[in-house]
Design a protein around this ligand. Sequence first.
Ligand SMILES: Nc1ncnc2c1ncn2[C@@H]1O[C@H](COP(=O)(O)OP(=O)(O)OP(=O)(O)O)[C@@H](O)[C@H]1O
Ligand SMILES: *[C@@H]1O[C@H](CO)[C@@H](O)[C@H](O)[C@H]1NC(C)=O
Ligand SMILES: *[C@@H]1O[C@H](CO)[C@@H](O)[C@H](O)[C@H]1NC(C)=O
Length: 370
Amino acid sequence: MEHALEAILAAIGSFFIVTLLLALLILFCQHRSSTKAQTRTSQIRTRPLPNRHTSLSMVDARWSFDPNLEISWEELARATENFSPQLIVGDGSFGLVYKARLSNGTLGAVKKLSPDAFQGFREFTAEMETLSKLRHPNIVKIIGYWASGPERLLVYEFIEKGNLDQWLHEPSSNDDAFSNDLLRLPLSWETRVNIIRGVAHGLDYLHGREKPIIHRDIKASNVLLDSEFEAHIADFGLARTMDNSHTHVSTQFAGTIGYMPPEYRDGVHVANPKVDVYSFGVLMIETASGHRPNLAIKLEEDDIGMVQWARKMKEQNNEMKMLDVNMSREELREESVKEYIRIACECTGELQKERPEMPQVVKWLDSMPL
Ligand SMILES: Nc1ncnc2c1ncn2[C@@H]1O[C@H](COP(=O)(O)OP(=O)(O)OP(=O)(O)O)[C@@H](O)[C@H]1O
Ligand SMILES: *[C@@H]1O[C@H](CO)[C@@H](O)[C@H](O)[C@H]1NC(C)=O
Ligand SMILES: *[C@@H]1O[C@H](CO)[C@@H](O)[C@H](O)[C@H]1NC(C)=O
């Protein structure tokens, strides 16, 4: 009897030890692969896994903001010259974006989700449901959508100068496959601050709604620039609406490497507006410095992450040395740069509760010296 008890206890004991070891091993591997992924050059975006039941439920749908504007497959095929490769202006993760001449003569952008991109269904639903409710100068305007069977088309107003990522990291577009005959010169300090202000106003609007909307994928390629270099936030495929009855929504982890807050790394996958505030702070540092957020930066022989780098440079009073080397220094005021970096560092606080809310950020940005 005693032997049997001993044997059972021993078995339970060893089971726990093996489980613990396995768990540690899995955690270690996950950590390894995530730190490895961060050093890659290409932008890697993590998407939640599709839910088979919700994603296929929507079959036929169409909507047009303007009743005089026809949104149909035939009309959009005509507007994009049968989805001509020459009219491609963007290559998103779930489909191509085409420049289109709409029936009333204005330019539009048509996003065609690839029918085989299974995840795209959920993105489409999130994007059309969220965006069709929003009207703000710093949020891209959706004009209509069309869905039938596996095909999904979204129509937006056309934003002329493409995305901020291209302006920061691809200075000239002469040999660019998606060239739109633009020569991209380095943006001035004033333009960069103005773009950041626009994004802040757009985010403030999203977070300040009765049912706050969390974008969850704020990054340079999701900020579109119009002819006046005003910012328009795009891509609401990951956005989530917060219900009044809940202070937060628990969701699968999603976002883009380099812009994701530290709490994600610790396994907290609760969608909170402070997630956007962090990504926005990263975007601020990227916009000022021209560094890519997913790449390490060398500082005193060490390779460190961009947020850590910004904090160190600020501590050492080196804000001016953070700026994009290709940016003009004419009429650049140090007090402006210092205040900008201070705001960026506040937004990228380690803890959610340390980060300011968007109304505060907007106030700081609107009153900072230029
Ligand atoms: N309304 C628009 N006007 C002009 N260009 C646009 C418009 N919408 C999208 N684009 C271009 O197409 C690109 C991809 O669009 P979008 O980000 O919406 O797609 P996505 O599939 O979610 O892509 P990603 O995964 O890269 O964020 C944008 O970065 C931009 O260059
Ligand atoms: C065409 O329709 C779009 C979408 O409603 C609208 O934004 C645009 O102003 C219209 N253009 C003209 C010339 O009426
Ligand atoms: C600065 O411009 C040069 C030449 O156009 C380019 O090769 C380089 O990548 C740019 N540097 C930055 C930080 O943008």
